[in-house]
Write a new protein. Sequence first.
Length: 245
Amino acid sequence: MRIAFISDIHGNFTALEAVLKDIDQQNIDQLICLGDTVSLGPQPVEVLKALRERNAITIMGNHDQAILEPEKAQNFEITSHLIPDLLWGRKQLSDENFEYIHSFKPGHTVTLPNGTELFAYHGSPKSTTDLILPTTSTEVLQELYAGLTATVFIGGHTHIQMHRRHGDLLFLNSGSVGNAFKFAYSPGNPPSLLRWAEYAIVEQDGIFLRSDMRRIYFDIEALLERVRASSLPGADWWFRQYPSR
Ligand SMILES: [Fe+2]
């Protein structure tokens, strides 16, 4: 069984297209999106359409929650300078788009062919806003998976790929399709972006379990063209991320 995990697309349809093109060549059985589909990027509607067409199992991210309830954006840890982009994103969406986002799941369990349980979420098994990083302490990790029977965990939210074994458990992060961060976010330390999209494939077959952290170089100029053509309030942020070289 081969599962592709994509996360944190953030309206960057150019990056998603490149990732889906790669996924199409990977003999995948299932596509799971770990949340943060819309907000920040210029093409939220196209992202939702692609996920729907491919029957992706989609998990609710904190940005998805915030686009449904912008008045509670702070509860979902959306910093105030991102609110204009969030509201712009809302304006692009149809009733059908909102209904689709409402259908996103809080988490999803997959039983792999050998009986191993994998649990997929956005931030952590407990919350869309928890960050699980390679530096997260053992004590905090233990609290986050307490009471769960899964032994393989995979999430997004940090925008940083991770393969971390913890005792007999495995914590994975598929990284971000639309906003791959150079370094982990921390307050007062604004993120800067890498020039590629990230996703992961988890495969369990016969006697092996394998995780494949993939990096896809996408057309930055095409993305910037789409940003330019949109009326996105935060357009300048995208141009600062990718200065011409
Ligand atoms: Fe995100």
